[in-house]
Design a protein around this ligand. Structure first.
Ligand SMILES: C[C@@]1(CC(=O)O)C2=NC(=C\c3[nH]c(c(CCC(=O)O)c3CC(=O)O)Cc3[nH]c(c(CC(=O)O)c3CCC(=O)O)/C=C3\N/C(=C\2)[C@@H](CCC(=O)O)[C@]3(C)CC(=O)O)/[C@H]1CCC(=O)O
Ligand SMILES: NC(=O)c1ccc[n+]([C@@H]2O[C@H](COP(=O)([O-])OP(=O)(O)OC[C@H]3O[C@@H](n4cnc5c(N)ncnc54)[C@H](O)[C@@H]3O)[C@@H](O)[C@H]2O)c1
Length: 276
């Protein structure tokens, strides 16, 4: 956040340790990915790709790993299987088809050839187990609805990444994923009732206060009715003073509204009482 004051003391700026990788959440939904190989590692790649709603062409000769066969049945609209080894024309004849190329095959020579073709066509590629032929590495991923946590050791110790991922998952609040899902709903709802650009600052302050004031349990257990009451509360707030006028109900106040009748003036009364 800008303070309006030019602060030039480097001690106030984040320290930078170079030599890492760029950690991003790639929006691959609806885009096509080439996955070469149909074994155990290919099955793990499919878990990541399907979780991200990608479309996947799998090229691998029979037999497939049972999990890969299962995914083909489970996601017939997202997955296509070509039952043979990879051929260079798979890429050369389709230079604009694939957003991403992954290999998970037990053939280092074929792997390198595929990497070189992808490189030539400027398609990002991951060659499982060959860091020098990876434009990006996979990480160890924990998923709970919209919550996605990726642990990477930047190639130093994949098994340790897996161990850290398990530790992190254990330390999370029980319903973190659900609470985040609910927060997404609330943010969406607020943007529809207060879409104007000038509302942005107030809206953000409101969401910040809700995020800070509500525990994970409160957030996870919020009902549709609670959200309507919260949005009604927001709308009843005085607009003057922008973010300074923003007050959120406590979780108890919000729950109390459930039992009372749903007339808007009840919300108005509570807003007034809270601000008094
Ligand atoms: C995280 C995970 C994600 C996934 O693949 O889904 C992943 N490897 C996992 C497991 C795993 N892989 C290996 C073992 C055996 C034990 C060991 O060697 O430690 C185990 C552990 C096991 O099987 O228990 C063998 C291995 N892997 C690589 C090499 C080559 C090298 O390092 O040079 C070798 C040695 C081959 C050899 O020695 O011949 C390379 C890579 N593996 C990566 C990712 C990338 C770096 C990510 C990072 O460092 O954070 C990177 C660079 C490229 C890539 O593949 O993207 C997944 C855990 C998923 C989970 O359980 O949650
Ligand atoms: N990064 C990781 O997490 C990790 C972990 C373990 C193994 N690996 C590596 O990943 C690779 C695959 O491992 P796996 O356990 O899935 O092996 P696997 O033997 O189970 O599967 C290999 C698959 O590749 C297919 N294949 C081989 N040559 C092909 C070609 N030219 N075209 C298309 N398909 C081809 C096979 O038919 C098979 O489906 C190996 O190199 C292994 O060392 C990576």
């Amino acid at each position: 956040m800008t303070t309006g004051r030019a602060d030039t003391d480097p001690a106030n700026f984040p320290e930078i340790q170079t030599g890492g990788s760029l950690m991003i959440a790639w929006q691959i939904k609806g885009k096509r990915v080439l996955l070469v190989g149909g074994g155990e590692v290919a099955a793990t790649r499919l878990v990541h790709l399907l979780s991200a709603d990608a479309l996947v062409t799998i090229i691998a000769p029979s037999p497939l790993h049972p999990e890969v066969s299962f995914r083909l049945q489970q996601f017939p609209n997202s997955l296509t299987w070509i039952d043979r080894p990879f051929m260079p024309t798979d890429l050369l004849d389709h230079p604009d088809t694939y957003s991403l190329v992954l290999t998970a095959i037990d053939d280092p020579v074929a792997s390198s050839a595929i990497y070189n073709l992808a490189h030539q066509l400027k398609i990002p590629a991951n060659i499982a187990d060959v860091p020098s032929e990876c434009d990006f590495y996979f990480g160890s991923v924990h998923r709970d609805g919209p919550l996605q946590i990726m642990v990477s050791t930047n190639g130093k110790g994949p098994r340790l990444a897996s161990a850290i991922r398990k530790l992190v998952a254990k330390a999370l609040p029980r319903n973190a994923g659900r609470a985040i899902e609910q927060m997404g709903e609330l943010r969406k709802e607020l943007r529809t009732v207060a879409p104007e650009q000038r509302e942005g600052k107030r809206r953000m302050e409101w969401i910040k206060q809700v995020s800070d004031a509500y525990g994970w349990e409160d957030m996870g257990e919020m009902t549709g009715e609670d959200m309507k009451n919260l949005v009604a509360w927001y709308k009843k707030q005085p607009e003057e003073g922008e973010e300074d006028g923003v007050v959120v109900p406590t979780p108890d106040e919000l729950r109390a509204l459930r039992k009372e009748n749903k007339k808007e003036d009840v919300v108005q009364k509570k807003v007034d009482a809270h601000q008094a």
